[in-house]
Design a protein around this ligand. Structure first.
Ligand code: R5P
Length: 295
């Protein structure tokens, strides 16, 4: 078994390697003057089971292309099996056509990875679980919920209500609520007017006087979570916590999240959180052991 890391989250890859008692494999990664990327695996991997760790986070196109090149290099070096470990799957929100003449980019990404030579994929908390079906190769879908739930449970928050920030996230929030001693569930009726602009309308369920925990797969610009938190406070929630697997944190997320509307923001390290993006209310939990165990 050999483990390699792309450049998008080396600290996570190192943690996974430590968990497995392995070293990350040596690899040359260079950029040419025109921006093209050069990858060379620096040891023989002939006949090996190779795992490549590369969440396709910002800058997504660079990290995706880097992953494709590493997969191709491994396949051409006669690896027996190439597994792409993608803790964050880019373009996951482009999982269907919502208007005419659009691309289903999540499917295109699946085609590219398979075409490049991946034999198996390990993904985590996909925006929509059906993305697994975009692949004709085995796909292990790992859930980050065990680490998020055990942290939340350890806080022993009183009068808990789990809140889905939109209708699409109800199944995820319901499963969290069930595992938090069957806590009640509330749903925010969110309507979007444009990409990355969230408009919050209504809360379905009782949150008055309660500790609300908003659960989402990702926090991108933080519009969804912060508008949701504001609304929950307006309708009487005592405290609002936010919990999400993927800390995408595109501007102005940090500004919004650190404004004080949230008691705590709990995320995982599928995407690295830069030191300058850390703020007082932020807690980052590691999913390295979960991924290590899956490998
Ligand atoms: C939407 O369906 C997703 O689950 C997230 O709620 C959304 O992508 C978060 O984006 P933002 O933080 O920019 O509102």
């Amino acid at each position: 078994l050999r483990l390699f890391s792309g450049s998008s989250n080396i600290p996570l890859a190192q943690e996974i390697a430590r968990y497995l008692g392995l070293e990350l494999g040596p690899m040359i990664r260079k950029r040419f003057a025109d921006g093209e990327l050069y990858i060379q695996i620096q040891e023989s991997i002939r006949g090996c089971d190779v795992y490549i760790i590369q969440p396709c986070s910002y800058p997504v196109n660079d990290h995706l292309m880097e992953l494709l090149i590493i997969i191709d290099a491994c396949r051409r070096a006669s690896a027996r099996q190439v597994t792409a470990v993608i803790p964050y799957y880019c373009y996951a929100r482009a999982d269907r056509k919502t208007a005419g003449r659009e691309s289903i980019t999540a499917k295109l990404v699946a085609n590219l990875m398979t075409q490049a030579g991946a034999n198996r994929i390990v993904g985590m908390d996909l925006h929509s679980a059906q993305i697994q079906g975009y692949f004709d190769i085995p796909f292990d879908h790992v859930y980050g919920s065990p680490v998020l739930l055990s942290y939340l449970a350890s806080k022993q928050l009183p009068d808990l209500v789990v809140v889905s920030p939109d209708v699409g996230g109800v199944a995820r929030a319901r499963s969290f609520a069930k595992k938090l001693n069957d806590a009640p569930l509330a749903i925010i009726d969110k309507r979007r007017q444009a990409h990355n602009v969230a408009e919050v309308l209504n809360v379905i369920g009782d949150v008055k006087g309660k500790t609300a925990v908003l659960v989402d797969d990702m926090i991108d610009t933080a519009g969804t979570i912060c508008e949701g938190a504001k609304l929950l406070r307006e309708v009487g929630a005592r405290q609002v916590y936010a919990c999400a697997t993927h800390a995408v944190f595109s501007p102005p997320a940090i500004e919004r999240l650190s404004s004080g509307v949230l008691e705590e923001v709990i995320v995982t390290n599928t995407i690295p959180v830069l030191p300058e993006n850390r703020f007082q209310q932020l807690t980052v939990l590691s999913v390295a052991n979960l991924i290590g165990e899956t490998i």
